[in-house]
Design a protein around this ligand. Structure first.
Ligand code: HEM
Length: 210
């Protein structure tokens, strides 16, 4: 079968993706150990590792926001209603009948309308909430701080809720990686940068944000 190859993910984007994956894994494991769910590194070491991963995560976020603005890659995350219905129908029915994907990926249209919504929620809502509540947690030094204990309880509960949402995202995200042109094609593209296209019907115009 004939196929074409197109560059989807630049070197920086792949570095950002895999580094973020490692940091989120570290934050999740150490965070839930701090929460008391299981022993792994020991409480004190888990706190130190969680802080180190959190600072690296925030540094990476600053660099990647700068990169997204300069390269205009942020357009990938702008939610759109265009083909949203088709995408929902595809995931709930078409995918099980071997129907073609309703949208076509390009460098400036990597995410389908459903992914745009979920990723925008993660990057604009959940990650900033984790960072804000995490910083509140870090600088809470009773009794000198300006926050009272009830403020910290709220921040801690929100941080833990955010952590569960991150775990839910990761589970759905890993499943979604298997729904490309083949089970492993999306992961291979995030490693090599290139995606192989074998479906000749994938020639529709790409979606542009409204
Ligand atoms: C993917 C992102 C993250 C996840 C999944 C996560 C997860 C968690 C969890 C589950 C806890 C335990 C909460 C509790 O029992 O009350 C925790 C604690 C904490 N997190 Fe995070 N976190 C994330 C990001 C961050 C960030 C970005 C920061 C800093 C800005 C941060 C700072 C902290 C601090 C300071 C604590 C308390 C540690 C202690 O008790 O000394 N976290 N985190």
């Amino acid at each position: 079968m004939k196929y074409s190859k197109q560059l989807l993910y630049s070197k920086f984007e792949r570095f950002w993706h895999w580094t973020q994956m490692l940091l989120v894994m570290m934050l999740t494991l150490t965070g839930f150990e701090i929460h008391g769910n299981f022993p792994m590194f020991g409480f004190e070491q888990a706190v130190r590792l969680h802080s180190a991963a959190a600072w690296s995560f925030m540094g990476l976020a600053v660099v990647s926001i700068f990169w997204m603005i300069v390269t205009k890659q942020y357009v990938n995350f702008i939610p759109t209603k265009n083909k949203l219905r088709e995408q929902v129908l595809y995931y709930t029915s078409g995918i099980f009948k071997g129907m073609p994907h309703p949208t076509h990926k390009t460098m400036f249209n990597k995410l389908n309308p459903l992914q745009r919504l979920v990723y925008a929620g993660l990057l604009i809502l959940i990650f900033p909430v984790q960072i804000f509540t995490g910083i509140v947690y870090m600088y809470y030094h009773y009794p000198q701080n300006p926050l009272d204990a009830s403020g910290l309880t709220f921040a801690a509960a929100t941080h833990t809720l955010g952590a569960f949402m991150v775990v839910a995202f990761v589970i759905v995200h890993v499943y979604m990686t298997t729904t490309g042109n083949s089970v492993s094609s999306n992961v291979k593209a995030m490693i090599s940068g290139y995606e192989k296209e074998t479906d000749p019907s994938l020639t529709e115009p790409s979606i542009q944000p409204e």
